[in-house]
Design a protein around this ligand. Structure first.
Ligand code: AP5
Length: 226
């Protein structure tokens, strides 16, 4: 979901959640939305929605996504720019964006146009073997989008969503070969953002993501309060 469950936000925040595929960016992004009243911009969710609806954008993005490759920067930036156009959000949590240095530079410009800047970058670190296990066990509800995990958070009825009873399905890019490629692409194209943000002097926090979901959330909150 993008921008759901807003709450009044006494202290506007603009955050980037960085992490490998399966690190828990979506899981933690939803919690930050609830705790800080932010609007979540998940480029992965936006692209999957476009693919589901069969739009031109979806048709353009689908091949890249199924191959575990990044969708071209120009496509991603068009999407994000449209969402931020009104500038009326209390604050944003960017999940899965930026993923390249040109995307990070463009984000700076978009925030600047709104008179804002990034308050923090939160890097969620998880070992590769845990990432692979998480992605092989992820199941999303075809009806409401709730995310489960057959290894770490099994649904009470096999194949059924705990929230709405809908069918639980695997993501097409969670097959082992595509996961391997997604991890390579993360290392090659997204990890350089760590140095980029550290050099830029943006407050940068690293959190151990290989812990229970609520513990990771508590650690993120602690980092933000520091
Ligand atoms: P995207 O949807 O962003 O995928 P991703 O970055 O690969 O991340 P995931 O959604 O797989 O994982 P996550 O970190 O959100 O983890 P989650 O919370 O779901 O992008 C998909 C594709 O779109 C890309 O490959 C690319 O093609 C394209 N794309 C998107 N953005 C782009 C951009 N900016 N530029 C270019 N291309 C772009 O958790 C994973 C599983 O683990 C779940 O089952 C969850 O329940 C479980 N889990 C989470 N936390 C824990 C925990 N602490 N303990 C145990 N289990 C946990």
């Amino acid at each position: 979901m993008n921008g759901s469950k807003r709450r009044p936000n006494p202290q506007p925040l603009n955050l980037v959640l960085l992490g490998a595929p399966g690190a828990g960016k979506g899981t933690q992004g939803e919690r930050l939305v609830r705790s800080h009243g932010l609007v979540r911009i998940s480029t992965g969710d936006l692209l999957r929605d476009a693919v589901r609806r069969g739009t031109e954008l979806g048709r353009e993005a689908q091949g890249y996504m199924e191959g575990g490759e990044l969708v071209p920067d120009s496509v991603i930036l068009g999407l994000v720019r449209d969402l931020m156009r009104t500038g009326d959000a209390p604050g944003y949590v960017f999940d899965g964006f930026p993923r390249t240095i040109p995307q990070a530079q463009a984000l700076e410009g978009l925030l600047e146009e709104l008179g804002r800047s990034l308050d923090a970058v939160l890097l969620v670190e998880v070992p590769d073997d845990v990432l692979v296990k998480r992605l092989s066990g992820r199941r999303a509800c075809a009806k409401c989008g709730a995310v489960h995990n057959v290894h770490f958070d099994p649904p009470s009825r096999e194949g059924r969503c705990d929230a709405c009873g809908g069918d639980l399905v695997e993501r097409p890019d969670d097959d082992p070969e595509t996961v391997r490629r997604r991890l390579e692409v993360y290392r090659e194209q997204t990890r350089p953002l760590i140095e980029y943000y550290q050099d830029a002097g943006v407050p940068f926090h690293v959190v151990d993501g290989d812990r229970p979901v609520e513990q990771v959330h508590a650690d993120l909150e602690k980092a933000l309060a520091a």
